[in-house]
Design a protein around this ligand. Structure first.
Ligand code: F0G
Length: 448
């Protein structure tokens, strides 16, 4: 029978009751109180200077594991023996300056850590390399996830690389073709269920209790551990000088939890000397965490039926909300919500900086603008946006926006007029030199 094993120097601990089980149940929930588990490292003691030097030296290593931007930082992760590691050289993602977006948001210094530059084009790969490896270590044959598209694409890829079979549960018709096509190509058994993401999660939780299938959603604490490395790599890229703010999109809230956990651990280990404020942005139509914090002071989270064209974050009952709340409180971050039009406009602005991202990632810039307007982010402070997915994940959204087809007939029609200047619809012309020259000259007249 396969089993879920943990490494030697790490322990699992329940985030609510503090229980420290030796192994995890199949749904990764505490068997005493039902809340989420996290890894803790009671025996940690490192010389921060030596650790930084060791990680840097691995950049010149010939070892495959050292080529991964996740496994390169393995001292801060639970132990998984090397023979079980499934890697696609994930991580190693670029940090870009965003000058146009900085002007649009009203800050001097704005960067994007582009997690869409991972092997399957989303941030999920950093958690997936680690959690899929733990499934391999546990001797599982099948892995499974419920997904809005990116987790499933990532899981399918890593499962195939590691010789595992994968089962994907996705909401029928509510994910982008790009993501669906990935999971097919990477060889998953892909089930489109007639429900939403939250409905897929419910079925999956039942399934793992009945079948020896390893759960790869972000309630799996190995996912969170792998995703921590995005923050470690970011700080290394910044010469270990923390930015004032890090801004993350919020869906199921695993990513904000992971990045926040890494920041707190780096402070504890004296790898950094102060904490950036970590803020979480949600779409207005999928804002249960925003409402939890703003309306109930974080005392409870009321699940909702979520709706947004940023399908990656169309989530009404986020599993990791308590972890994210803890991060918000310990770093002094904020939570904000943005409209559908604000998301689409911000996405086009990130595109104008030559970077691009998928709609869910663009909530970060839209949220930053609000945080600047409200005075939470000061113009002189430096800010890093975490872009979670690649622009090619959802070309349908992009084309509809530029053609002006995203909002007609919706309640956003009026607001959308304000984003028209960002639309760059393709021009259809006869195959005629004069027509192309006229188009060029007309474009030259219009300021870009
Ligand atoms: N951005 C993108 C592109 C995503 O795919 C997701 C989540 C998020 C942001 C939100 O991250 O859930 O950790 O708060 N996508 C999941 C999926 C749920 O199934 O692919 P989160």
């Amino acid at each position: 029978m396969p089993s879920i094993v943990t490494g030697t120097i790490s322990r699992l601990r329940c985030i609510s009751c503090g229980a420290t089980p030796d192994s995890a149940a199949c749904d990764f929930r505490c068997t005493i109180c039902g809340d989420l588990l996290e890894f803790v490292f009671p025996e940690w003691s490192f010389d921060p200077t030596e650790l930084k030097a060791l990680w840097l030296s691995r950049r010149n290593s010939r070892k495959v594991l050292d080529h991964s931007g996740v496994w390169r930082f393995r001292e801060l992760l639970p132990h998984i023996p090397e023979e079980h590691a499934i890697t696609l050289r994930e991580g190693n993602t670029p940090l870009y300056q965003l000058p146009r977006c900085a002007r649009a948001a009203g800050v001097d210094d704005l960067y994007a850590k582009h997690q869409g530059m991972n092997p399957t084009a989303s941030f999920k790969d950093t958690g997936m390399t680690f959690a899929a490896s733990s499934a391999h270590q546990g001797g599982f044959r099948w892995v499974a996830c419920a997904s809005t598209g990116n987790t499933s694409a990532s899981m399918a890829a890593y499962a195939s690389r590691g010789g595992l079979r994968s089962l994907v549960l996705i909401p029928d018709g509510k994910i982008s073709w790009g993501k669906l096509s990935q999971s097919l190509d990477y060889g998953a058994l892909t089930c489109q269920l007639r429900t939403d993401f939250d409905g897929c999660v419910r079925i999956l939780n039942e399934l793992v209790r009945r079948k020896p299938v390893y759960l790869l959603n972000s309630v799996n604490p190995y996912r969170i551990e792998g995703q921590k490395t995005a923050a470690i790599e970011l700080l290394e890229q910044l010469g270990w000088e923390p930015p004032d703010h890090i801004i993350v999109p919020g869906g199921n809230l695993g990513n904000s939890s992971a990045i926040g956990k890494a920041l707190l651990e780096m402070l504890e280990l004296r790898l950094i000397s102060r904490l950036p404020k970590l803020s979480v942005i949600q779409a207005e139509g999928a804002n249960p965490f925003y409402r939890s914090v703003r309306e109930f002071g974080g005392a409870k989270l009321e699940p909702m039926t979520a709706d947004t064209q940023a399908t990656a974050i169309r989530i009404g009952n986020p599993a990791s909300w308590k972890k994210a709340l803890r991060v918000l409180r310990s770093t002094g971050g904020e939570v904000e919500q943005v409209t559908e039009v604000e998301i689409a406009a911000a996405k086009a602005e990130i595109g104008s900086d030559g970077i691009g991202c998928e709609p869910a990632s663009a909530v970060t810039l839209a949220g930053l603008k609000k945080l600047v307007r409200g005075g939470f982010v000061k113009p002189g402070e430096n800010v890093v946006l975490i872009l979670t997915g690649h622009v090619l994940k959802d070309p349908d959204f992009t084309i509809k926006f530029h053609r002006g087809d995203l909002f007609p007939g919706t309640k956003y029609e009026g607001e959308a007029a304000g984003a028209r200047h960002l639309q760059r619809a393709p021009v259809v012309l006869d195959a005629d030199l004069g027509a192309v020259i006229a188009a060029l000259e007309a474009a030259e007249q219009k300021k870009s």
